[in-house]
Write a protein that binds this ligand. Structure first.
Ligand SMILES: Cc1ncc(COP(=O)(O)O)c(C=O)c1O
Length: 443
């Protein structure tokens, strides 16, 4: 393929790069044009019942564990179906026509949502893939160490463990709180500060802990790190790396608000993106510290085949760090619709709604003498996950009792396990109250 052909197909010549501005009306008009015949009324994103109607989730149960894996909302399901049909009819042609523009479209939508430069967004298949790539690939000089916490998910802890086994990297651990319900910003920041040494190069944390429901005060932690880094050479800066999967899709923030250097998240939980999708966002200069592990299929291939010059601006950190190989593109290329779905509803309204439902549930639970809460009450230290115990019941018994009342909850998959609820955009006040009533019966 000649260079010009490559660029033309890539949609990369001036004026042809598909920007989000161009994508958004397409998504909207498709959505309006393809709603099923039983329900022709267009989606009203200001109505919570309309939001719920976008999901094919069964109505026979109350879904209090929907954050585990997304049900696809209508615009996402329709986009997947559109791509699937195209691939099923003629995979080579469909791929050839779309592969150069589809991922830039997805990155543009994510960038708008996160307030991030699309060039700094890599696409992955899950949080776990992002964590593995970042913790497996961050360059450490001799003597440099990683600091983490015991509060993270297996995917963080095992990524670091694998890294330590492969390279001998030293991983230290600091508990940022003891009793999760009593967590405070000062406690988290001072414990973090106390554990950072001159050798610490990487701080690996989880934004919202699926073990306890605690949400770390990332911006306060970032401020303290800025202070520490101001006395260090750039090559020794502590890189602030975050598993963000249970904050993304809830909190109305940009990456600048968070203040981290790398954010890894699945987009198939609270974001309602296609199952099997995720992202890594990295700060401009932080990417320099990360070595790619899996070859990309991005514009670097164009350089390799001689269709693009080696200094082409289309080679971005986000493209270089997007693992290549053919993917389930019908899912990946529909990620933009999930971010647009959230933008249509409004990030601020989503944050308010999820926190509102969670506060309602937490206040009711906290008033029950037979319930012990582990998640902090404050919305500044919690998000959409509530962990608790009921006197004399194992967490699995609590979940079983709720299931007998058609309420789907979960237990935390950790050595110390609790019962867990996750009120979300798929719930309403009545469902929260029914769930609380079912737990009250156990007293
Ligand atoms: C905090 C946390 N990180 C990572 C994961 C794994 O996410 P993914 O399925 O996107 O790899 C989970 C749960 O599945 C989780 O709770």
């Amino acid at each position: 393929m000649r260079r010009r052909d490559f660029l033309r197909h890539a949609g990369l010549l001036a004026g042809t790069a598909p920007a989000l501005g161009a994508l958004a009306p397409t998504i909207r008009s498709r959505r309006a044009g393809t709603v099923d015949h039983e329900r022709p009324r267009p989606f009203d994103p200001t109505s919570w019942s309309d939001v719920r109607d976008q999901f094919a989730l069964t109505r026979s149960h109350i879904h209090m564990a929907s954050f585990l894996l997304a049900s696809h909302p209508r615009p996402v399901a329709e986009a997947i179906e559109r791509h699937r049909k195209g691939f099923d009819k003629d995979p080579a042609t469909y791929w050839g026509e779309h592969f150069r523009s589809a991922e830039p479209n997805v990155r543009a939508a994510i960038g708008t949502y996160l307030g991030a430069d699309p060039a700094h967004i890599a696409l992955t298949d899950s949080t776990t893939m992002g964590l593995g790539l970042v913790y497996g690939g961050l360059a450490l000089r001799p003597g440099q160490e990683i600091l983490t916490t015991p509060h993270g998910h297996w995917s963080t802890l095992e990524s670091l463990n694998l890294r330590a086994k492969r390279t001998g990297a030293k991983v230290n651990t600091v508990a940022l709180y003891d009793d999760p319900a009593e967590t405070s910003v000062d406690m988290v920041v001072s414990r973090m500060r106390g554990a950072i040494t001159d050798q610490t190069r990487v701080l690996a944390v989880t934004w919202v802990h699926s073990s306890t429901g605690v949400k770390l005060p990332l911006s306060d932690m970032a401020e303290a790190l800025q202070d520490i880094n101001s006395g260090r050479e750039k090559k020794d800066h502590v890189l602030f790396c975050v598993d963000g999967v249970h904050g993304l899709g809830i909190e109305d923030v940009t990456v600048e608000d968070l203040g981290c250097d790398f954010l890894m998240a699945g987009t198939h939980k609270w974001m309602f993106g296609p199952r099997g999708t995720g992202l890594i966002w990295g700060r401009r200069d932080a990417w320099d510290a990360l070595d790619p592990i899996i070859p990309t299929f991005g514009p670097s291939v164009g350089v390799w085949i001689g269709a693009l010059p080696p200094d082409t601006p289309y080679i971005t950190p986000g493209s270089v760090h997007t693992p290549g190989g053919f993917h389930s593109f019908d899912h990946r290329w529909a990620v933009g619709e999930a971010f647009q779905f959230h933008l249509d509803i409004g990030k601020d309204r989503i944050q308010q709604r999820i926190h509102g439902l969670n506060t309602r549930a937490k206040e009711a639970l906290a008033s029950m003498p037979h319930v012990r809460m582990y998640t902090p009450m404050s919305p500044s230290l919690s998000a959409g996950i509530i962990c608790f115990d009921v006197d004399e019941y194992a967490p699995s018994d609590v979940v079983e009792h709720l299931r007998s009342q058609s309420i789907i909850a979960s237990t935390t998959p950790y050595r110390e396990s609790y019962a867990r609820l996750a009120p979300s955009l798929l719930n309403n006040e009545g469902e929260v109250d029914r769930t609380i009533d079912a737990i009250a019966e156990l007293g």
